[in-house]
Design a protein around this ligand. Structure first.
Ligand code: FE2
Length: 247
């Protein structure tokens, strides 16, 4: 059974070594290719290689900035619970770490993914306003599987696997990329397909969770993401109406 609260004294030397190894390895790769807003955010939450982040301290740091905090969950949350917490500005996160033997592959997200990759940007206003906006829409349609499927695609191609343009250069901001060495190298390579962020195209794009991604969507800014919320809701409504006619 995975822990449901973060008891800091329970982290072992092995856990600290895993955090340090993953942190240093990813930072070496990420520094030139990750969004500058992520790098700034990493400083805001004071992450470093020698300290496993303490959730209470992160909550205190985020409180005056965006008011977000971390809600510990043992594993991936069911959708309703996940969106409910997000709507309350609580990011659901695990607090356990993979072992040294599992550095490169895990079947479920651990706190290196949830915390290292997701948490820093919880200090970014446009990013969290988009994140909360998606969750608020999801809660309105929580009993409609089609709506949740479409919103899941938006979440996947932005929060998890999004790319962003910065001074005409492509950078990474998606958490699924940030915490994965393989994905980090692949997403900017010639083998990957990159498309401009477009709500309709994303609604029509399927994805797989068990492989390196084939397609990535590129935003101009987090402001663009935030500004897309009204379009997301309008197109969602249209897609649901169309679905109702087909049925
Ligand atoms: Fe994630």
């Amino acid at each position: 059974m995975r822990p449901t609260t973060q008891i800091y004294s329970n982290y072992t030397k092995h856990d600290f070594l895993v955090w340090e190894t993953l942190f240093n390895r990813q930072m070496n790769i990420l520094k030139p290719i990750v969004s500058s807003e992520y790098l700034e955010a990493l400083d805001i939450v004071k992450f470093s290689s020698d300290k496993i982040p303490n959730f209470e301290e992160i909550g205190e740091l985020l409180k005056p900035i965006t008011g977000w905090s971390i809600q510990v969950v043992p594993n991936i949350s069911p959708q309703k619970e996940f969106f409910e917490f997000l709507s309350q500005k609580k990011f659901t996160s695990t607090c356990w770490l993979r072992t040294m033997e599992q550095l490169d592959y895990l079947e479920e997200p651990d706190m290196f993914h949830d915390v290292f990759a997701h948490v820093p940007l919880l200090s970014n206003h446009n990013y969290v306003n988009f994140f909360k906006g998606i969750s608020d829409i999801a809660l309105k349609y929580i009993d409609n599987p089609k709506a949740i499927e479409l919103l899941g695609k938006i979440y996947w191609f932005t929060i998890e696997f999004g790319l962003i343009k910065e001074n005409e250069e492509l950078k990474i901001y998606g958490a699924g990329i940030i915490s994965s060495m393989g994905e980090t190298k692949h997403c900017l390579s010639d083998e990957a397909i990159r498309l401009d962020f477009d709500v309709k195209t994303i609604f029509n794009t399927d994805f797989r969770t068990d492989i390196i991604q084939e397609r990535y969507f590129v935003v101009e800014s987090f402001e663009q993401l935030y500004n897309s919320l009204s379009e997301i809701e309008i197109l969602l409504q249209k897609a649901l109406e169309k679905e109702a006619v087909i049925l």
